[in-house]
Design a protein around this ligand. Sequence first.
Ligand SMILES: C[S@@+](CC[C@H](N)C(=O)[O-])C[C@H]1O[C@@H](n2cnc3c(N)ncnc32)[C@H](O)[C@@H]1O
Length: 265
Amino acid sequence: MSNPLKIQYKDDKNLNARIALHRRFDVNPYSWQRWVFEHYALPTDARILELGCGPADLWRENADRIPAGWNITLTDFSEGMIAAARRNLAALERPFAFKQADAQDLPFATATFDAVIANHMLYHVPDRPRAFAEIRRVLKPGGKFYAATNGEQHMRELWRLYEPTIPGCHARVLATAGGFLMENGAAQLEAAGFVDVVWHNYVNALAVTDVEPLIAYAQSSNTLMDHVWTEAELSAVRAAVTARIAAEGAFHIGKVAGLFASHLP
Ligand SMILES: C[S@@+](CC[C@H](N)C(=O)[O-])C[C@H]1O[C@@H](n2cnc3c(N)ncnc32)[C@H](O)[C@@H]1O
């Protein structure tokens, strides 16, 4: 397995370490996944496809309000993620379909779905125009497409913190995660034929008061996955964060995230 993305996402361990930081230190008390779900303007009977579902947090956190008439198919290119999604939804008393699938090559018939969801995954897709063409193909005419992502300045204070260890850190983050952002996503969606593209912004930030979850985040980061941290480097990060928390009460990290809503003509 030589693809770094496939190594990063072979199971849900790395992603969960990053999600744990957000869950614990988000300043917005309203759950991200609950907020995202509220933007899905769909009838009570709908066929829905999710791409890059990860451990299925979207459905787990909204289990109490998924309409009974929604027929939901979860896909991810990682077998380990599909296994985690299955496990996490096993206790829910409703059926979900699961399939391992790459967003660039969808194993579904033309005009199957009323909506496609792709949250925080399009920046990982090497040939996005091809994925968009596949999404268009499997959507019914007028079908909805929802894609969550980050902005260019998302977590900038964290990249600055890593800068002494990883020179050009923010530029490197953008080189791996900059392909589909708040700033450039609408143009890509419109070029791919989606209409009424609207960005919805989720206001949030992190106020981190404990250093260890930040260390776990650094070690799990998908955007810097070719950097192997040494103990000395991690100690330097620990010292910098500890000093900041002592001086300001917390290490403050700005977040820029939200979702694009769009549809086919
Ligand atoms: C940052 S995680 C997001 C997970 C989930 N959508 C969420 O928002 O919590 C990105 C996910 O996209 C998957 N992924 C990356 N490239 C993919 C591709 N080309 N096709 C399908 N899934 C992909 C990864 O395996 C991972 O589960």
